[in-house]
Ligand binder design. Structure first.
Ligand code: PDD
Length: 289
């Protein structure tokens, strides 16, 4: 099918795929902040339509996207797309993203319209229960690493966004994360450091955290400056909870002192002396990078 003949649905309108446009500020593009479905249709007959729409609605509910559309609205779009793209066997693709804001901020914006997109693509005829003609598949296997590749600065940020929103809903600025062994990893959009007895400590680089540029520069600056002890090692959450100081680092925050964790004061509950020293060194040397 030539792309121009493919009629798609976008935000209430049907039109050629080549004319369908969305904002680059759409959170589906910036954060992977959306839900999708694929429904098969053979000779005009949809398979499992209600189940697909129910799963999509469950996903939308789970990530707090409010969309004023019911099963009949979706069916209406589906039927019109099938009419406009008259090919025997089609997949119907439905996509709802949270919509476009004017700024990039992880927390869910209150007052934006979701983006609703649907289009069709050709799929093979359904298999027949026939050993001779059925297509045979060969596969490989590997450990399931999905959601465990946090060292890649991917735009698939829905997991981060949901954790950021958890903190936002609780009235705080960040959410600190730990793994199944109760070891600190990072925060939803920052790296994390603790200070204990004057030593500055941060988790080592691996697949559980982003290799932050601020983290890298801070470690380098502190090591070259030489007056503070610095360690990259595994940190348990009990160490985090008993730390003298706790910091977040990111390009937009530099070194941010945390004074409260889960409602309890960090150290004395005041901004720490080591933070002041570290931010002083960072401010003095950051332009060397
Ligand atoms: N976030 N960890 C995560 C998950 C991040 O998203 C970021 C940056 C960092 C810190 O990396 P750097 O020091 O290179 O900024 C760590 C940016 C600021 C963001 O998503 O807005």
């Amino acid at each position: 099918m030539a792309i121009d003949n493919n009629i798609v649905f976008l935000n209430g309108e049907f039109g050629p795929m080549s004319e369908a446009k969305i904002s680059p500020m759409d959170r589906g593009f910036l954060f992977g902040d959306g839900i999708y479905e694929v429904v098969p249709s053979y000779n005009g007959q949809l398979v499992g339509f209600g189940l697909h729409i129910e799963r999509m609605q469950n996903g939308l509910n789970a990530i707090g996207i409010k969309l004023d559309m019911d099963l009949d609205d979706w069916r209406d779009i589906a039927i019109k797309l099938l009419e406009k793209n008259s090919i025997a066997n089609l997949g119907l693709y439905f996509h709802v993203s949270r919509g476009a804001d004017v700024k990039r901020f992880h927390a869910y914006p209150e007052d934006i319209q979701p983006t609703v997109f649907a289009y069709t693509f050709e799929i093979p005829a359904a298999p027949k229960a026939d050993k001779q003609s059925v297509k045979q598949y060969r596969v490989t296997s590997t450990e399931d690493l999905r959601w465990k590749r946090c060292q890649i600065k991917s735009t698939s940020l829905l997991g981060n966004v949901m954790h950021f929103q958890q903190g936002h809903d609780a009235g705080v600025q960040e959410t600190i994360l730990y793994n199944q062994r109760n070891e600190l990893t990072e925060a939803s959009a920052c790296n994390v450091f603790i200070v204990k007895n004057g030593t500055v400590i941060t988790p080592p680089l691996d697949n559980q955290l982003l290799p932050g540029i601020t983290r890298h520069m801070l470690l380098d600056i502190l090591r070259k400056e030489g007056s503070l002890q610095v360690e990259e090692r595994v940190i348990s959450m009990s160490e985090v909870r008993s730390a003298d100081e706790l910091w977040l680092t990111s390009s937009s925050k530099e070194i941010a002192p945390v004074v409260e964790l889960d409602g309890k004061p960090v150290g004395t509950g005041q901004v720490g002396d080591i933070w002041q020293l570290a931010q002083t060194f960072y401010s003095a040397h950051k332009h060397n990078y």
